[in-house]
Design a protein around this ligand. Structure first.
Ligand SMILES: [Zn+2]
Length: 88
């Protein structure tokens, strides 16, 4: 009985947390300053090398572990500027 009650309490709590969060909120903010996108891989985010990112945005990028995580739209604009073999 006690176990069931606790399980229900946990479930309710999780549901509550989920409600508070925006459904489109990611965990990984875009590394480009001023961009409010999300760089989560589940949301189409990509990571660029520091050199590539600084070519595009200068020093207004957030570097993490020698990579710059960018959201989908930043990645697309970077790709447009840096025409690579595998553009789409
Ligand atoms: Zn971005």
């Amino acid at each position: 009985m006690g176990f069931k009650a606790r399980a229900r309490a946990n479930k309710a709590k999780t549901g509550d947390d989920e409600k508070k969060k925006d459904a489109k909120t990611g965990k990984e903010p875009c590394g480009v300053n001023g961009c409010e996108g999300w760089a989560d891989s589940t949301m189409g985010g990509r990571s660029l090398s520091v050199t590539d990112a600084e070519d595009m945005w200068g020093k207004s990028v957030v570097v993490r572990k020698n990579r710059v995580r960018v959201c989908k739209s930043c990645y697309r604009s970077w790709k447009k500027t840096n025409k690579q073999d595998d553009y789409y």
